[in-house]
Design a protein around this ligand. Structure first.
Ligand code: DQA
Length: 146
């Protein structure tokens, strides 16, 4: 069975309490549970991980090579700053879908730039938690055997 690793970056462990007017009231645990349920319907195996540390996120991406078939990444604020995360994704050569709960293009100018987009098959933003499920749909089309 094809396997997808869902990676969440800094401050996303606080979903549910963090700026609910921007990010909603759904917790990360709720999102991961919804992803697990959705993955089952798609015939995908998923694993989920979260870290507030850039280096730890890079290690997780490196570790995905040869283990997982695709990545879903919400890198939080590292999206807008981290060339290192972009390079890590490019290095492992796995299809990656970038997700953001909020519409980063409708927010502050510094959020309009995404280094990760340069190595993503696509970006989903502005749909809240549903974006993770949409990302799984997009990856399933790429990586599940026909
Ligand atoms: C975010 C958007 C980022 O700009 C922000 O730094 C986050 C969350 C989102 O999911 O909307 O931490 O990635």
């Amino acid at each position: 069975m094809a396997s997808v690793l869902i990676i969440n970056g800094p401050n996303l462990n606080l979903l549910g309490q963090r700026q609910p007017e921007v990010y909603g009231t759904t917790t990360l645990a709720d999102i991961e549970m919804a992803c697990a349920r959705h993955a089952e319907t798609l015939g995908l195996d998923i694993s989920c991980t979260q870290s507030n540390h850039e280096g730890a996120l890079i290690d997780v991406i490196h570790g995905a090579k040869g283990v997982h078939n695709g990545l879903v990444i919400n890198a939080g604020a590292y999206t807008h700053t981290s060339i290192a995360l972009m390079d890590a994704v490019a290095s492992v050569e796995l299809p990656m879908v970038e997700v953001h709960l909020s519409n980063i293009h409708a927010r502050e100018a510094f959020r309009h730039v995404s280094y990760l987009s340069k190595v993503a098959i696509g970006q989903i933003c502005g749909f809240g938690p549903k974006g993770y499920l949409m990302a799984l749909d997009a990856l399933a089309e790429r990586i599940t055997p026909k």
